[in-house]
Design a protein around this ligand. Structure first.
Ligand SMILES: *[C@@H]1O[C@H](CO)[C@@H](O)[C@H](O)[C@H]1NC(C)=O
Ligand SMILES: *[C@@H]1O[C@H](CO)[C@@H](O)[C@H](O)[C@H]1NC(C)=O
Length: 373
């Protein structure tokens, strides 16, 4: 059955160009905040966007970008990695917003982002995005080990000691989809311990890393977008059991997602992954996002792939705008709500602290200021 679906979906690949998308044509900032540092920074709190050499990602189907370019539910089996908000490098920023496409404006030699369609074992497509569809938090440590192995193998493109690396992580959808059945095993607290274990593997093996964790999204919005869509409800029965299980109330699903966010934030607050050349930051724009994407006063499916669950390329681009702005906002002052109906205007680094924001440079940036190139 899946082979047949795969063959079918190949036929409709060429259709991606006709789907709606979001670009940021003309995005540019003051020349000074776009330059790299005069000397490669040695401190993690002095890293400018242009200093990032490698982009890497861990996650599930939302980082593998399943269905992002799909026009039909069968094509949701395909991993459109090149369109992924955290890790895709397809098209240009003018046509499709992703974190790598923005970073390429700062450093055209950025490496590690995915291009095209394929699974994580195809290096030419996935590069350093090792996200696996269906992954739960407990699968992240294996992904972290895979990432370390890739960095060690590919010395032709990776300078392990010198290169500054941005690691984007997004996980939790599958955990909450199963949480109502296994509230202990899949508890938000346990999931956060798995995330911690994965980051520990990176911390122990890879120098010069900024870990940017996209906080868990509010799955409750799926219920609102599903209302009246029998087809979506049927699909979600299989894809996300707890979303369609009415015994798991809206209030419970919301609380589970808040708890997930809170335990993720705790990892940052505990400061266990702080080192001169390493940090861990949570980007919370999904946390309080409880309003589904709307169009003409009604929930819209434009944000979603044809399975009404994964993000469309439009959804990936929209999410990227909020994630980028979060990356540039100081810890403690980050936006916790995204308007899923409308992209944000992409920010520029703050001239008074033109770095990827960390806990320490958010508290006092003056200690970390360094000259530009
Ligand atoms: C919901 O709860 C009822 C009563 O406990 C139970 O019979 C039913 O199987 C549950 N439904 C699901 C989908 O778990
Ligand atoms: C979100 O965007 C939509 C579409 O542009 C707009 O109508 C709505 O007012 C926005 N919501 C908020 C809370 O800003």
């Amino acid at each position: 059955m899946w082979q047949r679906i795969f063959a079918l979906s190949c036929v409709i690949l060429y259709a991606i160009a006709t789907l709606p998308d979001i670009g940021a044509p003309g995005y540019s900032c003051d020349a000074n905040v776009m330059k790299k540092s005069k000397k490669v920074p040695t401190n993690v709190n002095s890293v400018r966007p242009a200093d990032i050499k490698l982009i890497m990602a861990l996650g599930d189907s939302l980082t593998a970008a399943n269905g992002a370019g799909a026009e039909d539910p069968v094509a949701v089996v395909l991993q459109y990695r090149g369109l992924a908000f955290q890790a895709g490098g397809d098209k240009t920023l003018d046509e499709h917003v992703t974190i790598p496409n923005i970073l390429k404006k700062y450093n055209p030699n950025l490496f590690g982002y995915s291009n095209g369609i394929g699974s994580p074992n195809v290096w030419e497509i996935s590069r350093l995005n090792v996200a696996v569809p269906g992954a739960n938090a407990k699968d992240l440590p294996a992904q972290a080990r895979q990432l370390v192995a890739l960095l060690q193998q590919h010395t032709e493109v990776v300078n392990m000691k010198e290169d500054w690396k941005l690691l984007n992580i997004f996980i939790g959808g599958n955990d909450i989809c199963g949480y109502c059945r296994k509230p202990v095993d899949d508890s938000p607290y346990n999931c956060a311990q798995d995330i911690k274990q994965a980051v520990q593997i990176i911390f122990d093996n890879v120098p010069r890393v900024i870990v940017s964790l996209t906080g868990m999204l509010q799955l409750e919005i799926l219920r609102e977008t599903d209302t009246g869509h029998y087809f979506c409800q049927r699909l979600h029965h299989d894809e996300c059991g707890c979303e369609s299980n009415k015994n798991f109330t809206d209030a419970e699903i919301r609380q589970a997602c808040y708890d997930y966010n809170a335990y993720e934030k705790q990892i940052e607050t505990d400061g266990v992954f702080e080192r001169d050349d390493f940090t861990f930051v949570v980007q919370p724009f999904f946390r309080d996002t409880l309003t589904p994407p709307m169009e003409n006063g009604k929930p819209t499916q434009k944000f979603f792939a044809p399975d009404c669950f994964h993000f469309s390329q439009w959804g990936h681009a929209l999410v990227s705008t909020y994630l980028w702005n979060n990356i540039l906002q100081p810890v403690g002052l980050k936006n916790t709500i995204a308007n899923l109906s409308e992209p944000a205007t992409l920010s520029c680094p703050d001239a008074t602290c033109p770095f990827i924001r960390t806990t320490k440079n958010s508290a006092d940036c003056s200690k970390y200021l360094t000259p530009v190139d």
